[in-house]
Design a protein around this ligand. Structure first.
Ligand code: UDP
Length: 474
């Protein structure tokens, strides 16, 4: 086989499609052909960046499959996770993804790629790839640490040894002593009995274990104990090739990831340029988490009371919730971005001093790569596990005290807790320690992706492994 050809099939959620695009760009930069599979509505997440990439002489192809939203009881055009209106409809969304199987297999048959990198949330793609003897690599889009926590929690069920939801228990066998409460576990991880597991969840869990190996958006030096644990204790083949976001080197690529920014990038940079080094708190909760109106109010009051300058990305559904007079009072101190922010550009600016994050893995790793201390506010997914990595293992941040897993955040984190966490990270006694540890990780992250670095070599190894697989199966 001459040129390798990678197929990428991400879950239709921005947090999964954005790193997938970066992965495709990375492999293309090493002479590999890349094809991304998605639905018509999501084409725009990729198209501009692909166009820009083309100008550099590289090519990423995109193949579209119709998404049967209405046929599965979803609203018309509901082709992305953040568009699913209620938690009850999440199953319908999953069902609709399985309907993509037939056209997907036609693509596989036609193109015969050297490998498939597909999302853990598309478990059926394993069988599709196996049909054509194509190695399937799983992409979870999270840290080694989070997957080690998941494995331990589901294997040993430590949550069954406590009497209340708020009692903390130790996660058995991990390299560090990590404690969680039941309320911080994902619903998938806190199932007590095998028989209570829906076939869908069972398939999801097994999907993570099946296939040729696992690709991680992480780097060895960030979580060496967990890379080793995953490989040696859980015996799975992995390649760490991140931070993926660092493949975005020019201003356009950094400014427009997944969506057009709601603010002009030059205007945003101009505002930041006028600020002192490390003085700005950047607040953003990713693409899915939804906050209640009263929580937005608490957050606004908490930021104001901290006295710190800030950029706050407010989602359109929360715009109306800003307390009266807040914007007027904080005009000099804050920039509010309504909608989508050029996050990488902001994080990399030297005026930014801390990141208030929901601990989605992309944001967490982008914050780490920018050398920023973090104020952690997990909401759902495996975000509570990522928070533990930041606070207790890396020791580069503090939490606001969010403990309740929920896609729609109904828990109230009080303004005082928010103010205290921001002050601790920005100006408290420990601030210097947070900053210097965070800077050290930034350096390691950048070294990892340069020639000869651990992630650069991780990708080299991956390409060699796929080449070897292809030559034995030819
Ligand atoms: N993002 C962005 N602008 C925004 C919000 C998010 O560019 O206003 C990007 C962010 O940089 C990250 C991704 O969207 O790459 C969000 O992924 P993450 O895993 O952090 O959270 P999720 O959206 O999956 O909850």
């Amino acid at each position: 086989m001459d040129q390798l050809h990678f197929f990428f099939f991400p879950l239709m959620a921005r947090g999964h499609m954005i790193p997938t695009l970066d992965m495709a760009k990375l492999v293309v930069s090493r002479g590999v052909k890349a094809t991304i599979i998605t639905t018509p509505l999501n084409q725009s997440v990729f198209s501009k960046a692909i166009q820009r990439n083309k100008q550099d002489g590289n090519e990423i192809e995109i193949r579209l499959i119709k998404f049967q939203a209405v046929e599965n009881g979803l609203p018309e055009g509901c082709e992305r996770l953040d568009l699913v209106p209620t938690d009850e409809l999440l199953n319908n969304f999953t069902m609709a993804t399985t309907m993509m199987k037939e056209p997907f297999e036609q693509f596989l048959q036609e193109c015969r790629p050297s490998c498939l990198v597909s999302d853990v949330f598309l478990p059926w793609t394993y069988d599709s790839a196996a049909k054509f003897n194509i190695p399937r690599l799983v992409f979870h889009g999270t840290s080694y640490f989070a997957l080690c926590v998941t494995d331990s929690v589901t294997r040993y069920k430590p949550f069954m040894n406590v009497s209340s939801d708020s009692d903390a228990f130790v996660i058995p066998n991990l390299p560090h002593q990590i404690k969680l409460t039941r309320t911080q576990l994902t619903p998938f991880d806190r199932i007590e009995e095998e028989k209570d597991m829906s076939p869908m969840i069972k398939e999801l869990r097994e999907s993570g274990l099946k296939g040729y190996g696992v690709i991680f958006n992480s780097f060895y030096e960030l979580e060496p104990d967990y890379v080793e644990y995953y490989a040696n204790v859980l015996s799975r083949k992995t390649w760490a090739i991140g931070p993926l976001s660092l493949c975005n080197r020019d201003i356009e690529d950094k400014a427009e990831r997944g969506k057009n920014s709601s603010i002009d990038k030059h205007e945003c940079m101009k505002w930041l340029d006028s600020k002192k080094s490390s003085s700005i708190v950047y607040i953003c909760f990713g693409s899915v988490a939804i906050f209640t109106a009263s929580q937005i109010e608490e957050l606004a009051m908490g930021i104001e009371a901290s006295g710190q300058e800030f950029i706050w990305v407010v989602r359109p559904d929360n715009e109306e919730c800003l307390p009266e007079g807040f914007e007027g009072r904080t005009k000099e101190k804050g920039l509010i971005i309504r909608g989508w922010a050029p996050q990488l550009l902001i994080l990399d600016h030297e005026a930014v001093g801390a990141f208030v994050t929901h601990c989605g893995w992309n944001s967490t790793l982008e914050g780490i790569s920018a050398g920023l201390p973090m104020i952690t506010w997990p909401v759902f997914g495996e975000q509570f596990y990522n928070e533990k990595l930041v606070i207790e293992v890396l020791r580069t941040g503090v939490g606001v005290g969010s403990v309740q897993w929920k896609r729609i955040d109904s828990e109230e984190v009080k303004r005082e807790a928010i103010t205290e966490a921001i002050k601790k990270v920005m100006v408290g006694e420990e601030a210097e320690g947070f900053r210097s540890r965070a800077k050290a990780y930034k350096k390691m992250a950048r070294q990892a992706v340069e020639g000869g670095g651990s992630s650069y070599n991780g990708l080299t190894n991956l390409l060699q492994d796929i080449r070897a697989y292809s030559s034995t199966s030819d």
